[in-house]
Ligand binder design. Structure first.
Ligand code: SF4
Ligand code: SF4
Length: 119
């Protein structure tokens, strides 16, 4: 099947991966020095937690979801800080291997929700 996915009906890559969990990571994507989120201390405080070196990383809830992810996985989701999401959040593209792996890990059928690309 061709096409791509509608991320607003997924959210799988906004959750800690099995690999990260196995390695004991309890926070998510790093907020780099050049990420615009750094210019918003109140948002940093709310959505991130510092690692052992003081570098902010996105906070996870007890289910391993980024705290900024709202809604129901695989149904309808939104990112509370979408315009300011760190660089690392922008790496996974719809339909890529990482995307398909994340969907599988979260039990979101790989083919379900695939939409045709509009040209
Ligand atoms: S796993 Fe893929 S479809 Fe789901 S939100 Fe991430 S990039 Fe979008
Ligand atoms: S900040 Fe937004 S895009 Fe990044 S992991 Fe969290 S919910 Fe997903």
């Amino acid at each position: 099947m061709s096409g791509t996915f509608d991320c607003t009906r997924c959210g799988a890559c906004c959750c800690n991966s099995e690999e990260n969990r196995a390695e004991g990571y309890t926070a998510y994507v790093e907020v780099g020095r050049r990420d615009a989120l750094n210019e918003h201390p109140e948002l940093l405080e709310r959505w991130t937690t510092p690692d052992a070196h003081g570098v902010p990383h996105l906070k996870l809830d007890r289910d391993g979801r980024c705290l900024a992810l709202k809604g129901r996985l695989g149904r309808r989701v939104r990112c509370e800080i979408y315009p300011l999401r760190p660089h690392g959040c922008r790496r996974v593209s719809e339909g890529s291997e990482a995307c398909l792996r994340a969907r599988r890990e979260r039990g979101i059928d790989v083919e379900a929700g695939r939409v045709e690309l509009r040209r």
